[in-house]
Ligand binder design. Structure first.
Ligand SMILES: [Zn+2]
Length: 210
């Protein structure tokens, strides 16, 4: 196994702190079955890398267990069975809003959006080799969870063009994505991500306010 910690010094692509860097997986590596070959990593400080683990787990459970806001009972069982002590608080938080009667799981959207924001920041760095300013406004829309109509997000016109872009793939169908930049090629860009071929997420990066 290759040692991954403290490989170099530089700027964390998430928070901009300069210091020792680790390799952070984009998207989170817990989404991929083993053997995990050909995954993408970006330079991240230890704090940013380590602080997202439970969010990544929440994200994985959410996208594998929920379709149109309904939780599959089998998936809820899987969440209950997360029995390591460190997962206990996490498990309770995941189950807290599960409505036994109608199977509805109230997902923590800001938490899910946070994971996607990191993925988009990671992909931005991977393709552009430049730091996306922290103040950049990343708007995110899940087709399965978020009810806001697409035109509210300004995505309608982007979608067709996005689907014509080069299709990138990581981990044999686990994660695919397409992206395109606005005419200034600076920050403004649209991102179309798919997890397990069915969970679609759109993101648009708007430049930071001047
Ligand atoms: Zn950082």
């Amino acid at each position: 196994m290759k040692k991954r910690s403290k490989i170099k010094e530089g700027t964390c692509i998430y928070c901009g702190v300069v210091g020792f860097l680790t390799d952070d997986h984009v998207p989170p590596k817990n989404l991929f079955p083993k053997p995990r070959l050909g995954l993408l990593t970006v330079p991240s400080c230890e704090r940013c890398n380590g602080s997202s683990k439970l969010d990544d787990e929440y994200f994985r459970l959410a996208i594998t267990s929920v379709v149109d806001g309904m939780a599959f009972p089998i998936a809820v069982d899987a969440i209950r069975k997360l029995d390591t002590p460190e997962k206990d608080r996490f498990k309770r938080s995941m189950l807290r809003d599960y409505d036994r009667e109608n199977g509805d799981l109230q997902l923590d959207r800001p938490r899910l959006h946070g994971v996607i924001e990191r993925v988009i920041r990671g992909l931005f760095w991977h393709h552009q080799r430049r730091f996306l300013p922290i103040q950049a406004d990343i708007r995110i829309w899940f087709t399965s969870f978020d009810e806001a109509p697409m035109d509210d997000m300004g995505l309608e016109g982007q979608l067709e063009a996005l689907r014509r872009q080069h299709l990138h793939q990581i981990g044999r169908g686990v994660f695919t994505y397409q992206y395109m930049f606005g005419s200034d090629e600076a920050v403004f860009s649209a991102w179309y991500l798919r997890f397990y071929e069915k969970n679609e997420v759109f993101g648009i990066i708007f430049p930071p306010p001047i």
